[in-house]
Design a protein around this ligand. Structure first.
Ligand SMILES: Nc1ncnc2c1ncn2[C@@H]1O[C@H](COP(=O)(O)OP(=O)(O)O)[C@@H](O)[C@H]1O
Ligand SMILES: O=P(O)(O)OC[C@H](O)CO
Length: 496
């Protein structure tokens, strides 16, 4: 039996999972790390905490499983995307906290690029909307604002990486500065058509070329982990951004196959094969996992607050004790009683793109209770996801006949039923919902010969439960109209 280790470095925790070659989970270890909020709209992580928590979970999962590092066929890395780390080439020390994907501070950088009329040209090259979400704008902010760093970067003393590159630098004792196409495509420095770092983009964002990692296909033997970390050298044979990794782990390999991940945010990806489709409806184009030398693409809708709205009910409103409790509370009422919750705590992502929007709860009446608010919070996750799928349908790249789902909040049956009702297509939850980690394990297994090809992986995918629509299309459309009206109110409040 071959074993594969997936390192899944997410926004709220680091996880390590060992899979056997059938895709079954053998053991899991997880560790949370602190979120740092220095100012409203800013979100940071300590890069050393990311590295240490990831390493600890990798050691723990090996211990728990009784499998020795030397018995692993390979490991794959998957990570929160866009989060930006800068460190010293000579010492490996980070020079600033990691600026997290949710962080909005680079809006000033975007505004200047917009004023220069570069929004469309950037979108044409990168597939991305000019928004502070993406790494290049965060990196530019760091070099412009942290004293001394621009000069040091120009002297070649500093390196930039998304979290995959940072982890691999540490795993290999500074021997490798590498990343994969799926992560590179989120930096706004990568030309999605040529599959290269783009000199014009680097000039517009004023980023020295010497800071950037070397980029390969997602399934590729990058090198080996230093034996001191896990007890033996292990091949690093897969890297992918977590959402593209989940698309791969859901065995969505063909055009028209789509998945939605309900984690901190919600990320819906539609595979578009070797065609880079351009959205006219607020979605972005992104590199999908590349298993070989052929480029693969997806259309993506990214929602910044998904399951995080449930965390807010728990930690901010203290309405529930655990995230799981939300389902019971929401089920005590038949509907939201006219309450609509727009959880745009960190601006609005796709398809609305409004970095300064704030959250709102509208439609409150004397009869509204915390249960209505909890239900509206869950519904907001499904409404936002429906807006993404509607945009994909309007882009008419390919028909979407079903949606595969995963992520922490996909455990919530009430949410998934409401999702199927709104979408009017089957919403399908697989048996293995750790699809992000599974994708990374698959990529590593393909590169090292554990798997013969994609069809073998498609054959491993198993459905756990299907949610079918139970309401008419008119009723679904009316619910969606109520949502869009609330969005207009939020945007009007922002002067958008
Ligand atoms: N039963 C549930 N219902 C709704 N939301 C949930 C439930 N369980 C977990 N969540 C939410 O899912 C998120 C965690 O999912 P996960 O996939 O682990 O996220 P990430 O990978 O972004 O760290 C949290 O925001 C949590 O509030
Ligand atoms: O860590 P997650 O699962 O919240 O995913 C974060 C995304 O990669 C951000 O683009």
């Amino acid at each position: 039996m071959a074993y594969l280790l997936a390192l899944d470095q997410g926004t709220s925790s680091s996880r390590s999972i060992i899979f056997d070659e059938s895709g079954a989970i053998v053991a899991t270890a997880q560790q949370e790390f602190p979120q740092i909020f220095p100012q409203p709209g800013w979100v940071e992580h300590d890069p050393l905490e990311l590295w240490n928590s990831q390493l600890q979970t990798a050691r723990r999962v090996l211990e728990q499983s009784g499998i020795k590092a030397g018995e692993l066929a390979a490991l794959g890395i998957t990570n929160q995307r866009e989060t930006t780390v800068v460190w010293e080439r000579a010492s490996g020390r980070p020079v600033y906290n990691a600026v997290v994907w949710q962080d909005r501070r680079a809006e000033t950088v975007c505004a200047r690029l917009r004023e220069r009329g570069l929004g469309e040209a950037i979108q044409a090259k990168t597939g991305l909307v000019l928004d502070p979400y993406f790494s290049g704008t965060k990196l530019r902010w760091i070099l412009d604002n942290v004293p001394g760093l621009r000069e040091r970067a120009q002297r070649g003393e500093l390196l930039f990486g998304t979290v995959d590159a940072w982890l691999i630098w540490n795993l290999t004792g500074g021997r490798l500065h590498v990343s994969d196409v799926s992560n590179a495509s989120r930096t706004m420095l990568w030309n999605i058509h040529t599959g290269r770092w783009d000199e014009e983009l680097l000039a517009w964002l004023d980023i020295p070329r010497s800071m950037l990692p070397e980029v390969h296909a997602s399934s590729h033997i990058y090198g080996e982990v230093d034996a001191q970390h896990l007890g033996a050298a292990v091949k690093i044979a897969g890297i992918a951004g977590d959402q593209q990794s989940a698309l791969f782990g859901q065995a969505c390999f063909a055009p028209g196959m789509a998945k939605n991940t309900y984690g901190t945010g919600c990320f819906m990806l539609l595979h578009t094969g070797d065609q880079c489709a351009t959205s006219r409806n607020g979605l972005i184009s992104t590199a999908a996992c590349q298993a070989d030398q052929r480029k693969q693409y997806a259309l993506e809708g990214s929602v910044f607050i998904g399951g995080a709205v449930v965390q807010w009910l728990r930690d901010g409103l203290k309405a529930i004790k655990t995230s799981t409790d939300v389902e019971g509370l929401a089920a005590t009422v038949d509907d939201s009683g006219g309450v609509v919750f727009v959880p745009s705590f960190t601006g609005l992502g796709a398809p609305y793109w409004n970095p300064s929007a704030k959250g709102a709860i509208v439609g409150l009446s004397r009869g509204s209770t915390v249960a209505h608010i909890a239900r509206a919070a869950l519904e907001s996750i499904a409404f936002q996801s429906t807006a993404l799928l509607n945009a994909m349908v309007r882009d008419a790249v390919s028909p979407i006949t079903e949606l595969r789902v995963d992520g922490g909040a996909a455990a919530n049956n009430l949410l998934l039923q409401f999702q199927a009702d709104l979408l009017g297509i089957p919403v399908i939850r697989p048996q293995v919902t750790e699809t992000t980690a599974l994708g990374a394990a698959y990529l590593a297994g393909l590169a090292t010969g554990v798997y013969g090809g994609l069809s073998e992986l498609s054959g491993q995918w198993r459905m756990e439960r299907t949610f079918l629509p139970t309401i008419g299309r008119d009723e679904a459309a009316a619910k969606m109209q109520g949502w869009e009206m609330a969005i207009r109110q939020v945007r009007a409040g922002e002067g958008a």
